[in-house]
Design a protein. Structure first.
Length: 490
């Protein structure tokens, strides 16, 4: 039975994107960034509220809803709200004449929502492309910026290649099962074909998630985009990609074991047989991502590049959750720890980068550590919210990031992956250095050149939404950190 109301959040956000796009030509250039962000925010918040009416059911056997997917959807829309606020601040101060960026961001949000709900490869591909194409435009929206042009070129070319790889994998899966559904049964004698197909689809999703060894695009694309777009990509696209990876992973295990479909991500599943190949693949991706992200970030001065390698490292942490609570020994999979970590990371990274866009002033390309020195003393309210987000990324109590890492590492220990948990803990300490360095620089003595004119009264119309959204992100992280029951997904 199909429950179409589960697509209501996607429909509301899509309608909001069309309304903003249709209204944009009729609004004066100087008012576009004073009106359109509020219109976009209204539809995003209504879409968030509409999750209340969703229920655990499927839609046309293409999309599914359960408590985990509902929580992931709310997190995506919260990060989209942060992205809208950051875009308003950035484009408003640059006096950008167009207002289409808000519609593009909302359409990309729709794609990410569809990715979290997809239980069919073709439905997932539609969501992936709907999330990708608007972001290509958002990355290159500064058409005269060389870094933006380079970033969008690399992202578009590499994205097209990996989309083709993903589609070829889907074709092989269809040849092996006769269906594009995640939980389709494999035809006898075609197991090898199925294995190659799912490997290619997983590689395509790892690319979208920015995990090693297909992370090569992350730093350049994050640097080319505006800070607000970077925050949106680091949060929303990663949630969509990793949620889809979790669904595909569950489908792979169920298909290989020949057990009944289990599309509900909130329920633990016991797989009758385990694959050593899949096990080692996840370990390699996790270790490579954590090592590359932790040590590469130490050498960076650009905050966008620091958080780009943070995204790579956290992708490594998150994929560990595919093996929990005890896939290696008992074949049991329940990815609650993974999803909790994913949500806390997304909100923290989006909140931190949105706040950095504000602290960087009128030109967010000046976002190196030297550029923002002392800005927290002039704008302590937003700087405090950014510090809470950075503390969550670093895994410091009482913020949610601490509980997320604690839950992930303790479950890894319990499953016999103690060495991986120790490695992850050590690398998280390395990464904490660059998170805390940003917070430290914000509250250092103010440099002479930091006495900027970007705090003038003309900034006020573009700052209300941003201050509110960063505050909400910080409060959400604190609430998730001090109320342990929120961590018990499902």
């Amino acid at each position: 039975m199909s429950n179409y109301i589960n697509l209501l959040p996607v429909i509301i956000v899509a309608v909001g994107a069309l309304v903003a796009l249709a209204a944009e030509p009729f609004i004066k250039d100087e008012n576009k960034h004073k009106i359109l962000p509020w219109v976009a925010s209204f539809f995003v918040l209504v879409g968030m509220a509409s999750f209340y009416y969703s229920s655990a059911d499927t839609v046309m056997n293409l999309y599914a809803m359960d408590p985990v997917r509902k929580l992931l959807g709310v997190a995506i829309l919260l990060c989209a709200f942060l992205g809208i606020a950051g875009l308003q601040w950035t484009l408003g101060h640059e006096k950008f004449k167009g207002g289409e960026a808000y519609s593009l961001l909302m359409l990309a949000t729709c794609g990410a929502l569809l990715m979290t709900q997809a239980i069919d490869f073709l439905a997932l591909f539609i969501g992936m492309e709907l999330a990708s194409f608007p972001i290509y435009a958002l990355v290159g929206i500064r058409r005269k910026d060389e870094n933006a042009n380079e970033g969008v070129f690399k992202y578009f070319v590499s994205g097209s290649i990996f989309s083709a790889i993903f589609l070829y994998g889907v074709a092989l899966v269809y040849g092996a099962t006769g269906s594009t559904h995640f939980f389709a049964s494999c035809i006898q004698g075609r197991e090898a074909l199925y294995g190659v197909g799912v490997l290619l689809t997983v590689v395509g999703l790892l690319f979208k998630a920015g995990a090693a060894p297909v992370h090569f695009w992350v730093a350049d694309v994050y640097t080319g985009a505006s800070v607000a777009v970077t925050g949106f990509m680091a949060a929303v696209v990663k949630v969509g990609a990793l949620a889809a990876l979790a669904s595909v992973w569950l489908g792979i295990l169920v298909t290989r074991a020949g057990t009944a479909p289990a599309w509900n991500l909130a329920e633990p599943v016991t797989i009758a047989s385990q694959s050593k190949g899949l096990f080692y693949m996840v370990l390699i991706v996790a270790l490579a991502s954590m090592i590359i992200g932790a040590f590469s970030g130490l050498a960076q001065k650009s905050i966008r590049r620091i958080l780009a390698f943070s995204a790579v490292m956290n992708a490594g942490f998150i994929v560990i959750g595919l093996l929990l609570p005890n896939y290696a020994n008992e074949g049991t999979v329940q990815m609650g720890a993974m999803f909790y970590f994913l949500i806390t990371y997304a909100v923290a990274s989006a909140g931190a980068l949105t706040g950095v866009a504000y602290l960087a002033g009128k030109d967010d390309r000046n976002e190196t550590l030297d550029d923002i020195q002392g800005r927290g003393r002039k704008r302590p309210f937003v700087a405090l919210g950014v510090t809470v987000c950075l503390a969550s990324l670093a895994g410091l109590p009482p913020v949610a990031g601490f509980l997320a890492k604690f839950t992930l590492f303790t479950e890894a220990f319990s499953s016999g992956l103690g060495w991986l948990a120790i490695a992850g803990f050590g690398l998280s300490l390395v990464a904490a250095v660059y998170y805390l360095r940003i917070a430290f620089v914000l509250f250092m003595p103010l440099k002479d050149e930091a006495e900027c004119k970007c705090c003038c009264k003309c900034s006020a119309p573009f700052s209300y939404l941003l201050k509110f959204s960063v505050t909400v992100a910080a409060l959400v992280l604190l609430a998730m950190g001090v109320v342990p029951n929120i961590a018990l997904i499902g």
